[in-house]
Design a protein around this ligand. Structure first.
Ligand SMILES: [Zn+2]
Length: 304
């Protein structure tokens, strides 16, 4: 399955100003039509799935902007209906249905650190209890599990502790399935420092977790991380790295050079290492998704 790429990067390219603690969720309030357009771009590039603009959409974050709980719920639901609408518009054109299955909608569940908006999704070590983490996630899952998404994308999770808090809460919504994707500091460990193989092993027995993997991590680390993940689970693996640039939380911008490798050739390697859901995270574009799609098309086309 081919995932989409960065939402925020594309929104900025279309002129949105995302320098805000709500990040792309800000546009749910101000310019929902831009979100719709970016989802459509990714379907056209070949994505089999859209990840919603709910990554940083939280009750706490909206409250800080004077948005009350009922309006916050409405905006979170709107992130899913926007993606669904873009999907349905795309799918209504007969030529778009040739040789592919109807794209799915994944509700983005960002980590606790994304709500803090201080870059701690790339550090972990939250100064709150497990119960507090569960309460934070439960409140949002109560909304996002009933809004029509096909799967929850629990993504950029910096620690095993937060992943375990999430699966505990997930059990309270037994008909919901999710993928759990970690952000990692190197080819072996989450940002907080747990071995990724151990993370995979600890999530392996949770039937509601349909894929385990890594996102928002430099492409150079993905191969090694997939090998370690595979040693802990035989579930489908998921990989959607960022461009390889680094995020500066204080200045709220990305710096450095993108990784040299291309998504098309990397996708092949990641596939061979067990990744069955492949896409891009921050700073990736529809061109990257198109490159993965071109490679995947070769894979599914008989050569003789
Ligand atoms: Zn990212």
């Amino acid at each position: 399955m081919i995932l989409d790429g960065a939402l925020a990067t594309e929104l900025e390219r279309r002129g949105a100003d995302l320098r805000d603690p709500l990040w792309s969720a800000k546009l749910l309030v101000e310019q929902p039509e831009l979100i719709n357009a970016v989802h459509r771009d990714y379907f056209e590039a070949g994505a089999d799935l859209a990840t919603t603009a709910s990554y940083q959409a939280t009750f706490e974050g909206f409250a800080a902007r004077g948005i009350d709980a009922s309006e916050a719920s409405r905006l979170m639901r709107a992130s899913i209906s926007l993606a669904g609408l873009a999907r349905d518009e795309f799918w209504s054109v007969a030529s778009n249905r040739v040789g592919r299955s109807k794209p799915l909608i994944a509700a983005s569940i960002g980590p606790y650190g994304a709500m803090l908006a201080d870059g701690s999704e790339y550090r972990g070590h939250y100064a709150v209890s497990d119960a507090h983490l569960r309460d934070f996630h439960r409140r949002r899952l109560e909304v996002l599990t009933t809004a029509g998404a096909d799967v929850l994308a629990c993504e950029t999770i910096p620690s095993l502790r937060e992943a375990l808090a999430l699966v505990e809460v997930l059990a309270e919504f037994p008909t919901t399935v999710a993928w759990i994707s970690f952000s990692c500091r190197d080819g072996e460990q989450t940002h907080e420092g747990q071995a990724i193989a151990e993370c995979a092993a600890q999530l392996h027995d949770c039937a509601q977790v349909v894929a385990i993997g890594v996102n928002c991590t430099a492409p150079a680390h993905i191969g090694s991380l997939l090998r370690h993940l595979r040693s802990g689970t035989d579930k489908p693996l998921i990989a959607y790295p960022n461009s390889g640039e680094h995020y500066d939380a204080s200045g709220k911008h990305w710096h450095g050079e993108p990784g040299a490798a291309s998504f098309a050739s990397d996708a092949r390697t990641w596939y061979e290492q067990g990744a069955r859901l492949i896409g891009g995270c921050c700073r990736t574009t529809p061109a990257d998704i198109r490159a993965i799609k071109a490679w995947a098309r070769q894979l599914s086309t008989p050569t003789s």
